[in-house]
Design a protein around this ligand. Structure first.
Ligand code: AMP
Ligand code: MG
Length: 434
């Protein structure tokens, strides 16, 4: 018995070909590729629109909902980049040295308001406003001060050590665009513009539950054949990293009515619903039926391991992700499909890509061709720009320990067979991301 209704079966129905599915299915080009599944999911979600005002500090890590145009010049005045003396370039000696009377001092925030007359110097501090008439600063280390005069030698560049008004940002200049997740530097930039509040998108609401008669919550004793529900904890963790509002709906028994109720309630409360389990062979039918009854769903068999069966669709206004039950499959499919979709839904226009690196394998890796394998690896830096990776151990989709010990996915493309020690592989670090 195989899970039916996937893209393969539909494609076969359309072409009139029928056959019993077999183990060569792994090689079947009709399975959906990882990239295609991700592209369909991204095409099937829309960014939320509702925005709110936030005080600058509260906007850190949130997604900006307005374009920011600079209301002022930053800096607002031409100032000195050094502690030194402001002079007119035309007065600088071509050779030898020249003595300048020091007319006063321009401190940062306490400007010298008079003009610098020809032949004069004004002492100036870093950030001090350049007095009228002056156009050049000579560093304090390059002069000889003697009482009220200062001696300046030859060799200085006209205009040196000056920070012109608007050098950082000019009035009317576009600064940050809507759809950007605000970093510490962004918050600093907004502060430099004097903005107290900004518009940000509201937090995305994500509800999730686990399905399975065998699941017990932590703290409950295990009966025969039972296991603790770990998926809600990994999902909680990965969602927390995405700064979404989390609605945990617990464990739902494998009963049609209960699943339907849970799905309805999950969709009513959230922008996105994530479930784990219940879509693999055996228990699939009623979950599938329920999902089809409640919304529009696609049931995909993806040419990947782990995480082959994934369901994606909509229930009312909510986007639905049905992830496999196996703990590692949950994390892999979350990272590869759900995470980019949630970032887009949260309003992020250009989420930073999950970077990949090349690393030399220090253990052999077994791999079947015809599917994308996301093996769990331990990445180490061996020199500047040089990395090695080894397997994090058993690669079964139920071995959560390997996920916990790993710090990267080893990306083995469908065409690839095994990897020998010493071969280069592509890896995707996930430290701090999940
Ligand atoms: P399923 O997709 O429901 O057939 O589950 C596949 C495997 O994952 C089974 O061995 C389940 O016991 C296990 N599993 C499902 N849900 C969870 C969960 N929330 N926590 C830990 N293991 C789970
Ligand atoms: Mg189950």
């Amino acid at each position: 018995m195989r899970f039916t209704g996937g893209i393969t079966d539909t494609a076969m129905q359309e072409t009139g070909i029928t056959r019993e599915p077999g183990c060569e299915d792994e090689l079947n080009a009709g399975l959906l590729s990882v990239d295609e599944a991700r592209a369909r999911i991204l095409a099937g979600v829309t960014p939320l629109q509702e925005a709110e005002n936030a005080a600058l500090r509260d906007a850190l890590g949130r997604v900006l909902a307005e374009d920011i145009v600079s209301p002022i010049d930053v800096p607002s005045h031409t100032n000195s980049a050094m502690d030194g003396y402001a002079v007119r370039a035309a007065d600088l000696p071509q050779e030898g040295s020249r003595e300048f009377p020091v007319a006063g001092t321009s401190w940062a925030g306490r400007p010298w308001l008079a003009a610098v007359a020809p032949g004069q110097a004004v002492q100036i501090m870093t950030g001090g406003m350049l007095p009228e008439g002056a156009d050049t600063v000579v560093m304090q280390e390059h002069v000889e001060r003697d009482g009220d005069t200062v001696r300046i030698g030859a060799g200085h560049q006209p205009g040196q050590h000056i920070r012109p008004a608007g050098e950082d940002l000019k009035t009317g200049q576009p600064v940050l665009q809507a759809g950007r997740r605000l970093t510490a530097a962004d918050i600093g930039v907004l502060a430099s513009l004097g903005l107290e509040t900004v518009r940000i998108y509201r937090r995305l609401r994500v509800s999730f539950f686990s399905t399975g008669d065998e699941l017990r919550a932590v703290g409950e004793p295990l009966g025969p054949g039972e296991i603790h529900d770990s998926n809600r904890y990994t999902l909680y963790g990965v969602l927390q990293k995405l700064d979404v509002e989390i609605i945990d709906l617990g464990v739902i028994r494998d009963r049609r009515e209960l699943i339907e109720l849970a799905l309805r309630s999950a969709a009513a409360q959230a922008d996105a619903v994530i479930t784990s389990g219940g879509v693999s062979v055996g228990e699939a039918d009623f979950v599938k039926e329920t999902l089809e009854k409640l919304g529009t769903m696609a049931f995909w068999k993806i040419a990947m391991k782990p995480g082959r069966p994934v369901t994606f669709g909509h229930i009312d206004q909510a986007v639905f992700f049905g992830l496999p039950g196996n703990p590692v499959s949950v994390m892999v499919t979350f990272f590869q499909f759900v995470r980019p979709a949630l970032l887009r839904m949260a309003g992020e226009q250009h989420p930073p890509p999950a970077y990949t690196l090349r690393a030399r394998a220090t253990t052999p890796l077994r791999k079947r061709p015809g599917r994308f394998e996301f093996q769990r690896g331990i990445l180490e830096q061996t020199g500047p720009g040089e990395f090695s990776v080894r397997s994090a151990g058993q690669q079964g989709s139920g071995i959560l320990r390997s996920m916990s010990e790993a710090n990267c996915f080893i990306l083995l493309t469908p065409d690839r067979t095994g990897v020998e020690t010493g071969e280069e592989v592509e890896v995707q670090p996930f430290q701090n991301l999940i």
